[in-house]
Design a protein around this ligand. Sequence first.
Ligand code: ZN
Length: 151
Amino acid sequence: MADLKALYQEIILDHNRNPHNFRVIEGADRAVDGFNPLCGDHYMVYLKLEGDRIVDVSFKGSGCAISKASASVMSTLVKGKSKAEALELFESFHHLVLGEVKDSAAIEMMGKLAAFAGVSEFPARVKCAILPWHTLKNGLVSETTAVTTES
Ligand code: ZN
């Protein structure tokens, strides 16, 4: 289990150093501002949609390693997915970082998302991890252009 934790930490550090889809999408269909005032994480999430499908997703901004790695992993996972599939991933991730997924096999099944399982032990970090997903969700289901973890 110690090795697994080290691996997960490595995944987070790697995504923080080299975030995927860290760019602006010109002419994005949705651009949502996400802010976590408790930590100072602040990102724009950009979405390019075709009907029900997320054909491109990116983010730009700054924040702690957890929030940036979470945004990076989120962007790689939801690209090409339908809105419903992306929202399902959001729910799974939410349960994971709240510590509601207890079974280690179930956690491992979550692939890259599993790297954030340890976040549940640090309540102050949960909002950092969930911020990019929260911002994505608002881009998919509402007309909101700005969200905060404290609303
Ligand atoms: Zn943070």
